[in-house]
Design a protein around this ligand. Structure first.
Ligand code: ZN
Ligand code: ZN
Length: 264
């Protein structure tokens, strides 16, 4: 069975254009240089699964016509990946049920502490907010069933925070990675299409540089890797030329078809 991933955002935590910045990329009229906060959506069978729900979620849902979602996979609890979570209330009203979300136990604890009102019962709430149906991942790595879709997951860390990477079929989404255990390559073995975060050309303490991302992608052995979470120092056309053909910059709206068979 074929599935499709679509980038809803490929920008850094502050998005591009950056507020108040007049650099060439922030002023660029090329849509490839306009990057919303990092997120994506997967259409698999009759299911629509969001990956991350940052502060641009409302804009992304409107821009890409997301009128229905079945569930959300959350990578970690940094602002640029979860700040839009309360916007799920629009879909709660429409779909008349609490919203299935998949994440690590650590991410769930963070979301509970930052959005306690999302976890109150309807009677306790003074006003309408999203209602979540959270499924916490039991281990550091493994396989789980989420809404009937087989999902593999793996853990790594960014600035001390636990981050979850997701693999569906021969596709994987690995964002906000810096510190990882080599066992991650076992989890990613056989991945043909990889989404990987890389902030900029220069090294960063919490993100891969472009060079580090290329090395990681090569170690995974993916047929093709698309970069996300790129800062305004990465001009799209420059990056297309500068990077090797098998590791290219993603852009908002880019679609990646993949196979549900992990060995396809
Ligand atoms: Zn991030
Ligand atoms: Zn800029």
């Amino acid at each position: 069975m074929q599935a499709i991933f679509t980038f809803l955002g490929t920008g850094p935590s502050a998005g591009i254009p950056l507020i108040g910045c007049s650099c060439d990329v922030c002023r660029s009229s090329d849509p490839h240089n306009q990057r919303l906060r990092p997120a994506g959506v997967i259409h698999v069978g009759d299911k629509v699964l969001l990956i991350d729900i940052g502060p641009d979620f409302r804009q992304q849902a409107l821009k890409f016509g997301l009128s229905h979602l079945d569930g959300v996979l959350i990578t970690h609890a940094h602002f640029d990946h979860i700040a839009g979570i309360d916007e799920l209330r629009a879909l709660n009203f429409q779909q008349k049920k609490s919203f299935p979300c998949l994440m690590s136990k650590e991410t769930l604890r963070e979301i509970e502490s930052r959005f306690p009102y999302l976890f109150q019962s309807n009677e306790e709430k003074k006003s309408k907010s999203a209602q979540l149906d959270c499924q916490a991942l039991p281990k550091e790595a493994g396989e789980t069933d989420f809404l009937g879709v087989k999902i593999r997951y793996m853990s790594y860390r960014q600035a001390g925070m636990k981050v979850t990477g997701y693999r569906i079929g021969n596709f994987a989404y690995v964002s906000d990675i810096r510190e990882y255990d080599d066992s991650i390559f076992d989890e990613l073995k056989g991945v043909k299409k990889l989404v990987l975060s890389a902030l900029r050309e220069e090294p960063s303490p919490v993100h891969f540089s472009l060079t580090e991302a290329v090395a990681f992608a090569r170690k995974v052995g993916a047929e093709k890797t698309w970069l996300t979470h790129m800062s305004h120092s990465v001009e799209h056309n420059w990056a297309c030329r500068h990077l090797p053909p098998d590791v290219q910059p993603g852009y908002d709206g880019l679609t990646i078809p993949f196979q549900m068979n992990p060995h396809a």
